[in-house]
Design a protein around this ligand. Structure first.
Ligand SMILES: Nc1ncnc2c1ncn2[C@@H]1O[C@H](COP(=O)(O)OP(=O)(O)O)[C@@H](O)[C@H]1O
Ligand SMILES: N[C@@H](CCC(=O)OP(=O)(O)O)C(=O)O
Length: 277
């Protein structure tokens, strides 16, 4: 699959998982956060609209409290998220500042999917940030979500959230930076000879059967939710990449059309670029 089309991307959503910004349960990977800020700010300078979906509220909160493991209790998790989110955005804000880039925090609940006025407000808020050259940094509002049968305002993981955000802002491409190089034909952590799949043109049962759940204590979605996000993007005629978060400058390679990670793109549909009709 020729990837030259990725060179024309004008608006990109980049999602990075908790696992990728933590060295261990107690240690934040500051270098990784700095590289990510560098990449996002550089793309912005080059005229590309970038929206960052950044996980890590609970993880950063747990590291601040020196916890050995994550709590199961929802109220405890929400308290950690409340504390951790403040520190997470503080860190990103400081790293982005090195590259002369202001950031704006947006914390979402599922209300944006369920209520058209919330959706419209969210769209306006993100577009206003972009218009003013402020980098939107988005996470779920983990401290207050409700997860009850009568009312569920929870996403629960950021793969789906990042696909919804891509829809809201009409992004050309969603890049999910993960702790793995892309989609493999089986979970590489359990199948030693699993092979990377460079291109997926359709999410069918064969592809869905390859996916397993989350790979670490930090993660919530695993490959299943990433495939759900890919399907959402493809149904909207847009594309998605899964690539390794090890070195965030891989985003430059992706946008140069390099053969890295897994590209999800409907074979029959040309990547729709902002401004094209
Ligand atoms: N077919 C597959 N290909 C790649 N990874 C898979 C697959 N099935 C399950 N996984 C798991 O999904 C993990 C990536 O998802 P996740 O744990 O949510 O990480 P992240 O925090 O980066 O989003 C991998 O590390 C791996 O353990
Ligand atoms: N919103 C949560 C993260 C949820 C999530 O999806 O995490 P991840 O699987 O690491 O992308 C938090 O910030 O702790």
């Amino acid at each position: 699959m020729n990837r030259d089309i990725l060179k024309d991307v004008n608006r990109v959503v980049i999602k990075i998982g908790t696992n990728s910004i933590m060295k261990s349960i107690s240690e934040i990977d500051y270098h990784k956060m700095d590289r990510l800020a560098f990449v996002c700010a550089t793309l912005r300078q080059q005229g590309c609209d970038v929206i960052l979906v950044a996980s890590g509220a609970v993880g950063v909160g747990a590291s601040m409290m020196n916890l050995d493991e994550y709590p199961e209790d929802i109220a405890e998790k929400q308290a950690l998220a409340s504390m951790g989110q403040g520190e997470l955005i503080n860190l990103y804000s400081r790293f982005f500042q090195h590259y002369d880039q202001h950031v704006g925090q947006i914390l979402m609940t599922r209300d944006i999917v369920n209520y058209p006025s919330s959706y419209a407000n969210c769209k306006t808020a993100i577009n206003s940030l972009l218009k003013n050259n402020i980098m939107p940094i988005i996470n779920e509002n983990d401290a207050v979500y409700v997860d009850e049968s009568g009312h569920c305002s929870k996403f629960g993981e950021n793969d789906t959230l990042s696909a919804v955000v891509s829809e809201v802002v009409d992004a050309d491409l969603l890049i999910i930076l993960s702790d793995i190089d892309g989609l493999f034909d089986a979970n590489p952590h359990t199948e030693a000879d699993a092979k990377l799949i460079p291109f997926v043109g359709e999410i069918d049962d064969e592809i869905l059967n390859m996916a397993g759940g989350a790979g670490s204590v930090f993660s919530t979605g695993g490959m299943e939710t990433k495939l759900g996000a890919a399907k959402r993007m493809m149904d909207n005629g847009k594309s998605m990449m899964i690539a390794s978060a090890k070195d965030p400058t891989i985003v430059f390679d992706i946008l140069e059309g390099a053969d890295v990670g897994t590209l999800f793109k409907k074979e029959s549909v040309e990547l729709m670029i902002q401004g094209d009709e």
